[in-house]
Design a binder for this molecule. Structure first.
Ligand SMILES: NCc1[nH]cc(CCC(=O)O)c1CC(=O)O
Length: 316
């Protein structure tokens, strides 16, 4: 294998947000360590995506899959970059022809963080308060558990959201703990972890995936050295559940797989967008059967839901 050098570096494509850059840097550092290469043997190429351009509108209005990935995947197919680093929870279950997404870094804490100016717990939020979130899943879970709360649209990076809390736009918001940890702001942002029993996270939350061209053997060989097998096993089950439910990151679906030796437990939840109804179920089996467990859990949820449950299907 011809390893990359500072003169012929491996090009790592990523969005330019602080979290995306942290994830790209982590990928570069893991590759450099695995092959004892200097970090100059890699270059990080920032690519602006449609999703980055339209920050003023709710994501669900813009619609369409691959909002944050299209330009990056085109650059990879064109050979302008060699690999691309993604938050797996934002990734569609299928990739464009010619691309593979089967390398995962060790997963961070998958739970959500409840963020308020004083770091209080979710359970202590007084009645009638305003919560800011742009996630359909968090909105639906919140309204289902706490119909007294008011939910307002909330976007932007961590600093923007904290400023909105200070300005009184909302009393609380939710962020993925993984994001806070990877940005190394977990000490500065007052937050309390939300137990996954109280609020099941998004499918693949906390996991970073690395995509490559299917015919790029060098990238394939290099990525196999940094792949985390257990994260791959958990995501295989979770993403099979998502695929069968026909969801995207903008639908109220939650799911989390955990491993105990050869044993896998997969929990899933689907909700009506307005939170009026939630269905949850758990399935357990052999780790090797993860994708099948995901499909079976989806079928059991779909069977209980009935045809009119899925008002979100029309939302793309
Ligand atoms: N949809 C945005 C997004 N995509 C991944 C993360 C956090 C990191 C992760 O889940 O890996 C976030 C922000 C958030 O939900 O707080």
């Amino acid at each position: 294998m011809d390893l990359p050098t500072p003169d012929a570096p491996l090009k790592i494509g990523t969005r330019g947000s602080p979290l995306a850059l942290a994830q790209a840097n982590e990928t570069r550092d893991r590759l450099a360590r695995a092959f004892t290469l200097p970090s100059e043997a890699f270059t990080i190429v920032v690519i602006k995506t449609t999703g980055d351009r339209v920050l003023d509108r709710p994501l669900k209005e813009i619609g369409g899959k691959g909002l944050f990935t299209k330009e990056i995947e085109e650059a990879m197919l064109a050979g302008d970059i060699d690999i691309a680093v993604h938050s797996m929870k934002d990734m569609p279950v299928e990739q464009p022809a010619g691309l593979l997404l089967d390398t995962y870094l060790p997963r961070e804490d998958p739970r959500d963080a409840f963020v308020t100016l004083d770091g209080q717990a979710f359970a202590d939020l007084p009645e009638g308060r305003i919560v800011g979130t742009s996630s359909l899943r968090r909105r639906a879970q919140l309204l289902h558990r706490r119909p007294d709360l008011q939910v307002v649209e909330f976007r932007g990076n961590v600093q923007t959201r904290l400023r909105k809390l200070e300005d009184g736009v909302a009393h609380a918001t939710f962020l993925a703990i993984a994001g806070l940890n990877r940005l190394r702001v977990d000490a500065e942002v007052p937050h309390a972890p939300v137990a996954d029993d109280d609020m099941l996270p998004a499918i693949a939350q906390g996991a970073i995936g690395v995509e490559r061209r299917a015919d790029d053997d060098r990238a394939g060989a290099m990525l196999s050295e940094i792949h985390d097998r257990e994260t791959g096993q958990r995501l295989a089950a979770e993403r099979a559940l998502l695929a069968r439910l026909d969801g995207s990151c903008e639908t109220p679906i939650a799911g989390l797989a955990t491993l105990d030796g050869d044993h896998l437990t997969l929990r899933g939840e689907i909700l009506r967008t307005d939170g009026s109804e939630a269905l949850a179920d758990t399935i357990t089996g052999a780790v090797a059967d993860g994708p099948d467990l995901g499909r079976r859990l989806a079928d059991s949820l779909l069977g209980r839901a009935g045809p009119d449950f899925f008002d979100w299907r029309a939302q793309a």
